[in-house]
Ligand binder design. Structure first.
Ligand SMILES: [Zn+2]
Length: 351
C-alpha cells in the first residue's frame, strides 16, 4: 500500500510549480496563496512541496532534495514550522472552528523554530466558518515575519470574498492521462489505465481508488445494473437496501451508484461514436457491460439516463427522501433500458 498523506512528489502541474519555485527563490511569493483545483489532485502535497523547496538545505533548490533534515521532516509531516490546519476533530460538523483560528494566531506569535520561511497550510480552506475566517483576515493580510499561508480548496467560491481578495489564486489542473498512467505504473498500481481514467487525472484520488474504492465502485455498479434487470418488486427492495442506515452511509452508496451510471453512460457514448481511444473505458474491468449498455440505449436513451442522474443528484442536494429519489431513478433508467435489460442480466456477474 502506498502512503498517500505525506507525499511531495505527485506528477503534473510542473509549470505551476516551477513558477512558484521561481517566485520563492526571488523572494516574491505572495504571503497568502490560494491553491485551487479538482479534489484528489494533491494540492496540499504541492503546498508541502513548496515549503520544502524554500527550506531545503540545498541553497537555491528548484525542487526538494528529499534528503536534508528539513525535506525529510516535511515529507514525514512533522516539521515544526510547517503547520497544517484541518477539520476540527472536536466538532460533529466538518468545519475549521474559531478556536482553531485563535490557537493558530497565538502560535504564530512565536518566531519560527528552524525554517527560513514558516508555512501554514489550511486544508480544506472552505471549511473555515465565518467566525474562523474573520478572526484570520488580518493575519492573512499581514502575516508575521517569515510566515506564508497556503489555503487549499476545490471549491474557491465557497470561501468568503473577503478571504479570497486577500489571496493570490494558483490554479492546479488534472494530470494528462498518459503522464498519470506512467506514474501509476511506477507506483506499482496493477491497472494504471483504468485507475487513471477513474481518477479523472487526479493522482491522490488515483492512489485511493487503487486501495479499494475502485473495487467498491465496480461492485456497486454491478449490483445496480443487476437490480435494474429484475421485476419491479425486487428493484424496489434494492433501493430499500441502498438507502438504509444513517445519512452519511446511504449518501455514499447512492453517490457511488450515480457515479457508476455516469461512467457507464460516458463509456457507452464513446463506444457509439467510435471514440474509445487510448484513454480506455471507465468500466474497463467489464468492457462488455458498456457495449451492452450502448446497445440497449441509443444516443437518445443515454441522454435521458444522464438527465435522470442529474435530477437524482439535485434531489440529493435538496434532501429529498432517499427512497423516493432512488425509486424514481431506477424507474427512469429501467424504462429507458426496456427490453435491453434481458441482455444486461447476462453480462453482469451475480452477487
Ligand atoms: Zn532538502
Amino acid at each position: 500500500m502506498t502512503e498517500t498523506r505525506w507525499r511531495l512528489d505527485y506528477p503534473g502541474n510542473e509549470g505551476v510549480r516551477a513558477r512558484l519555485a521561481d517566485l520563492a527563490q526571488r523572494d516574491h511569493l505572495h504571503p497568502c496563496l490560494l491553491f485551487e483545483g479538482p479534489p484528489g489532485l494533491g494540492k496540499a502535497a504541492a503546498a508541502r512541496w513548496l515549503a520544502a523547496v524554500i527550506n531545503c538545505a540545498v541553497e537555491g533548490a528548484r525542487a526538494p532534495c528529499q534528503r536534508c533534515w528539513s525535506c525529510k521532516r516535511i515529507a514525514e509531516g512533522n516539521h515544526p514550522d510547517v503547520i497544517e490546519v484541518g477539520l476540527d476533530a472536536d466538532k460533529a460538523a466538518a468545519i475549521i472552528s474559531v478556536k482553531q483560528a485563535r490557537d493558530l494566531i497565538s502560535s504564530l506569535g512565536l518566531r519560527p523554530f528552524h525554517a527560513r520561511r514558516r508555512f501554514v497550510i489550511i486544508d480544506p480552506a472552505d471549511a473555515m466558518n465565518g467566525a474562523a475566517a474573520n478572526a484570520l483576515l488580518k493575519t492573512f493580510e499581514e502575516p508575521p515575519t517569515d510566515t506564508g499561508f497556503v489555503l487549499v480548496t476545490h471549491q474557491p467560491t465557497a470561501l468568503l470574498a473577503t478571504v479570497r481578495s486577500r489571496t493570490q489564486r494558483v490554479r492546479f489542473g488534472p494530470v494528462a492521462q498518459p503522464v498519470l498512467r506512467a506514474w501509476l505504473a511506477e507506483q506499482g498500481v496493477a491497472d494504471p489505465v483504468r485507475i487513471a481514467r477513474l481518477s479523472e487525472g487526479c493522482p491522490r484520488r488515483a492512489l485511493e481508488l487503487d486501495q479499494g474504492e475502485a473495487t467498491a465502485r465496480a461492485e456497486a455498479r454491478n449490483a445496480l445494473v443487476l437490480a435494474l434487470t429484475t421485476p419491479l418488486e425486487q428493484m424496489f427492495s434494492f433501493s430499500q437496501s441502498l438507502t438504509r442506515g444513517d445519512r452519511a452511509a446511504w449518501t455514499q452508496r447512492v453517490e457511488r451508484c450515480l457515479d457508476a451510471l455516469d461512467e457507464l453512460n460516458r463509456d457507452a457514448l464513446r463506444i457509439v461514436s467510435g471514440h474509445v481511444g487510448e484513454d480506455g473505458l471507465y468500466t474497463a474491468d467489464l468492457p462488455e457491460l458498456a457495449e451492452c449498455w450502448a446497445e440497449a440505449l441509443d444516443v437518445d436513451g443515454l441522454r435521458r439516463v444522464a438527465e435522470a442522474v442529474v435530477i437524482a443528484r439535485a434531489d440529493l442536494d435538496r434532501y429529498v427522501n432517499a427512497r423516493l429519489l432512488v425509486d424514481n431513478l431506477m424507474m427512469a433508467v429501467a424504462t429507458q433500458l426496456g427490453r435491453g435489460r434481458v441482455a444486461l442480466a447476462e453480462v453482469v456477474p451475480a452477487g
